[in-house]
Design a protein around this ligand. Structure first.
Ligand code: SDX
Length: 392
């Protein structure tokens, strides 16, 4: 399709909002960011380019990209008192719990970028969030493994800086592996934005009341954590490891089909896609490429491929149009890079912060936007009179 997408006037939309950032055709398995197909962006652009595109409507030229990247790099450090904040968590705290807490705490620090009526302050808050998420994520990981925090090194790329803060140690030089940097950047691009998913809708709803932007993003992180949403990448790899061998796949397929069993194939199915999630196609290809380049052979990838093959030929999955989604293959790559499963959703949140702040800006800058107020279908009792407790 080319040209402007417009709603059919007869289309009785249940749409919660209008947005120009991301277009999804769930039946065709199409995902466009401001008109650019996700596979082209994933294969040819960088996460900083996609961040610029989502925030500023157009892909940047070289000069614009350099200026944007420099601006982001000015905000990568975290207030020192926030480093102390980490020490209040238990060492075994889930990194998503830490990320939720620390991002919410940003609202107690950066008061010069919370006047949401000021476009400049909105953009500073957005840049701060995009810039600080890698630092916050890396510190959550370091805290969980008992290693010292590393400060950002702005001579590195956005993604290279994150990898060094995560896997580097003060005692040694850290060389950013270009294969890993490219794989990580691609994963960030694929997770950047996805229309009005649950966590983005949470950010929009929180933001619609005029709430502190940092607190709104913390609300999005909380929602993303759920295993039905962003938490599925951690759950999918744990499921694939639990299956252990292709011979055990039929047992799990049977469980997934059993209505009385709450088990779901993690990384399968989607509220919108009734075809392949285009991001899963890119990640499926990248999984083979990255593991080959890193010289890693992970039996989990074989299990994933066999599970996909069996599920996609099973009538239940065919009838219900259940396909692999973005969370099915991402964990194989993240594990090969060296992340524990507990960090997978943290990485999703790091990348999705770009989409959250872009969607928040789009909503807040609309002069006609009103506070969100979903309604309900009331299913309780009709009106009745109070009965004093002695007579009940
Ligand atoms: C993300 O919205 C977004 O855009 C989200 C996301 C983003 O980028 O923000 O794309 C990221 O959240 C991807 C989804 C990650 N979640 C998982 O992989 C968890 C496993 N998937 C399921 O829990 C499920 O598919 C959901 C939650 C994603 C969607 O569930 P729905 O709304 O029930 O999906 P559906 O209406 O299409 O289901 C149709 C049927 C239902 O059975 P019936 O009621 O018709 O009998 O298929 C069943 C579902 O129970 N079903 C599954 C299944 N997913 C749906 N059965 C087995 N295994 C599954 N994975």
């Amino acid at each position: 399709q080319t040209g402007k997408f417009t709603y059919d006037p007869g289309f009785t939309s249940t749409a919660s909002c209008e947005s120009g950032l991301t277009y999804i055709d769930g039946d065709a398995g199409v995902l466009l960011h401001r008109g650019y197909p996700i596979d082209q962006l994933a294969e040819q652009s960088s996460f900083m380019e996609v961040a610029y595109l989502l925030l500023n409507h157009e892909l940047p030229n070289k000069d614009e990209l350099d200026k944007f990247t420099y601006t982001i790099s000015r905000h990568t450090m975290l207030h020192e008192q926030l480093a102390t904040f980490y020490r209040g968590f238990r060492r075994d705290a889930h990194p998503m719990a830490i990320m939720c807490g620390v991002v919410g705490a940003l609202s107690a620090f950066y008061h010069d970028s919370t006047d949401i009526t000021d476009p400049q302050q909105r953009m500073i808050a957005s840049h701060r969030l995009i810039a600080k998420m890698p630092t916050i994520a890396a510190m959550a990981y370091k805290y969980s493994v008992g290693q010292p925090f590393l400060y950002p090194d702005n001579s590195l790329s956005y993604t290279g800086n994150f990898l060094r803060m995560t896997f580097g140690v003060p005692a040694e030089e850290y060389e950013v592996d270009p294969v890993i940097e490219a794989a990580m950047d691609k994963i960030f691009i694929l997770h950047a934005d996805h229309e009005q998913n649950a966590s983005t809708s949470t950010v929009r709803l929180a933001g619609s009341s005029g709430a502190n932007p940092f607190a709104c993003i913390a609300a999005g992180i909380a929602c993303l954590w759920g295993p039905a949403h962003g938490g599925a990448n951690e759950a999918a790899l744990n499921m694939l490891r639990e299956i252990g061998h292709p011979d055990r796949i039929p047992e799990y397929i049977a469980r997934a089909k059993n209505k009385d069993d709450p088990f779901r194939l993690m990384g399968f199915g989607h509220r919108v896609y009734k075809n392949f999630d285009p991001r899963a196609k890119v990640l499926s290809k990248a999984a083979t490429e990255v593991l080959d380049k890193l010289g890693i052979s992970d039996p989990v990838l074989d299990t994933a491929r066999e599970l996909e093959r069996i599920a996609l030929s099973d009538q239940y999955f065919i009838d219900k149009k259940l396909y692999p989604n973005v969370d099915f293959y991402s964990g194989v790559i993240l594990s090969a890079i060296g992340f524990p499963t507990t960090m997978f959703t943290v990485l999703f949140a790091l990348a999705r912060t770009v989409g959250w702040v872009a969607q928040w800006n789009e909503m807040i800058s609309d002069p006609d936007q009103k506070i969100g107020r979903p309604r309900q279908l009331y299913t309780g009792p009709t009106q009745r009179d109070y009965v004093p407790v002695g007579q009940r």
